[in-house]
Design a protein around this ligand. Structure first.
Ligand code: ATP
Length: 508
């Protein structure tokens, strides 16, 4: 598994999907830059989510499309936001400090290895290879049990020996809580009063604007507010490529509804989100639901389920891709308390219906005035990029490229390569004119460099589903060769049909 991850990370670098951030300065742990192709892939996923959340939202249980509006809120908000949301007090990971090396680790990833006659070693976070090497250097031979401990560590992917200790793992302090929010200063004076935070999730920006949206848009219960954007978490141990990074993008939607309908909507969004992930072309058996146990739920949450994917580093197990949570009225109530702004919703259709049923004044009030409940599907856009990269990565020794990226055509960064077979006899002119026509509709690349075989190989590696080649026959039959990425088969298509050919292949 880690071998294929290494190969994937190498391909991502080599072909311009993902680069380590500030690489020329040695990088910065937990930060990544998306290259030209990674940006295109990310935008494709982002647009698909926006389209199916905001522009063409799914059909609800009543047979009509549900109503969702979009938002783009500020990354830095009034710091009181994060007190109300619970992030200042509670958004933390247990952490231990190693007093010798001054390094910090997540407490749950600390392992202690007992080596006969050598005392205890506390280690974690590094390739098991590195541990083995360090042990060897220290002249430590491992027995089978100890070796197994190391192998088990493979599950957490990385582990480092932080300190050899002669008696007990006393070099590690007691676990303490470490807040994951990045803070910064607003204004010229650096003081506690001017401290602000980079948002650790996009959701709170939605809650802060709930009232604005109700007051200014023609929305009525139930409805959703969707947002895509960057979030920041000072993760103690960023790892597994872009799976857990310190700066990442989220796609979140807060669905507001009457309290007595919340469970039904929770169920609706749970299944709707799974259906959506499958439209990305992800193999069904690689996706599962994982319902949270009662003791895993946040105190305010009534139910929560994760959509999980079988990543190469979790296989045969699965890891989180999206969480769908029933958050009750926790968030709006918190903001009501902290901001003194009323978040109660007046539900006129319910009031009228209750009146018609001849309900008492108290009963009418009870059903028509409420703080909405919230169902939250929260996913990672950059994590979705990783999923599509893992899903597409297909080793194939028979090809010149040895590997190809089998993206569903709709999500491929480049939809079509347009080539002249050779750089003469009017072929470049014809290919260029085809390219100029197609680029208005699809992301295409014109390429006339190197041999045709090399051009196909590069397109395989970046996952371009179709290549159109103008050759010697084009001048007489007005056709081009189309090469299919997955089968490597070639067929002839009339130039005038290329656009409709592509449109059909790229449909949902
Ligand atoms: P975890 O338990 O793995 O830390 P979480 O449950 O705190 O994650 P949420 O707060 O529910 O995650 O965030 C929603 C989604 O945002 C996650 O499902 C994931 O796709 C994405 N996400 C969260 N943290 C990160 C991160 N550090 N890097 C990349 N994506 C992330």
């Amino acid at each position: 598994a880690s071998k294929s991850m290494d190969e994937l990370v190498a391909l991502c670098k080599r072909r311009g999907f993902v680069y380590p951030a500030s690489e020329i300065y040695g990088g910065l742990n937990g930060f990544w830059d998306y290259g030209p192709l990674g940006t295109a892939l990310k935008n494709n996923i982002r647009d698909h989510w926006w389209k199916h959340m905001v522009e063409c939202p799914p059909i609800g249980p009543d047979g009509n499309p549900v109503s969702i509006v979009g938002l783009d809120s500020s990354i830095i908000q009034n710091p009181k936001t994060w007190e109300a949301s619970g992030h200042v007090g509670g958004f933390s990971d247990p952490m231990v400090d190693c007093t010798e090396t001054k390094k910090r680790y997540r407490a749950d990833q600390v392992e202690v290895l007992i080596v006969e006659g050598k005392g205890k070693w506390a280690f974690m976070e590094n390739q098991p290879d590195t541990i083995a090497k360090k042990l060897k250097k220290a002249g430590v031979a491992l027995d089978d049990g100890e070796r197994k401990l190391l192998t088990d560590l493979d599950l957490s992917e990385y582990a480092t020996i932080v300190a050899p200790d002669t008696d007990k793992p006393g070099t590690l302090t007691e676990p303490r809580e470490f807040n994951l929010m990045f803070d910064t200063t607003v204004g010229a004076i650096k003081s506690e009063d001017n401290k602000a935070y980079l948002r650790p999730e996009t959701a709170q920006g939605i809650f802060l604007n709930y009232k604005n949206v109700v007051d200014t848009m023609r929305v009525k219960m139930p409805f959703g507010i969707a947002q895509i954007g960057k979030s920041f978490r000072n993760e103690v141990t960023p790892r597994n490529f872009i799976f857990r990074s310190r700066e990442f993008e989220q796609m979140e939607m807060e669905w507001f509804c009457a309290p007595d309908e919340a469970l039904q909507w929770y169920d609706f969004w749970k299944h709707e989100r799974m259906r959506w992930w499958k439209t990305l072309g992800i193999e069904e058996s690689n996706l599962i639901f994982r319902d949270h146990d009662d003791d895993e739920l946040a105190h305010y949450s009534n139910a929560c389920v994760d959509v999980e994917y079988k990543y190469p580093f979790t296989a045969p197990g699965y890891g989180e891709l999206e969480g769908v949570a029933h958050r009750g009225c926790f968030d709006l109530t918190q903001h009501q308390t902290h901001s003194k702004t009323k978040m109660e919703y007046f539900d006129q259709p319910r009031q009228l219906a209750a009146k018609e049923e001849g309900k008492s004044k108290e009963e009418i009030n009870e059903v028509s005035k409420y703080i909405p409940n919230v169902i939250e599907p929260a996913s990672g856009l950059t994590r979705a990029v990783l999923v599509l990269l893992c899903e597409a990565f297909t080793p194939d020794e028979s090809r010149a490229s040895k590997v190809y990226m089998k993206f569903k055509p709709k999500f491929a960064p480049v939809k079509a390569g347009i080539f002249p077979l050779v750089n003469k006899d009017g072929m470049p002119e014809k290919a260029l004119s085809l390219y100029m026509e197609l680029r208005e509709k699809f992301t295409c690349e014109y390429d006339a460099k190197q041999s045709i075989g090399k051009r196909y190989a590069r397109m395989d590696e970046i996952g371009t589903p179709f290549c159109f080649t103008v050759d010697g026959d084009t001048a007489t039959d007005d056709s081009v060769t189309v090469r299919h990425r997955d089968t490597q088969e070639q067929e002839r298509v009339n130039i005038s049909q290329v656009e409709s050919f592509l449109a059909e292949k790229l449909a949902d």
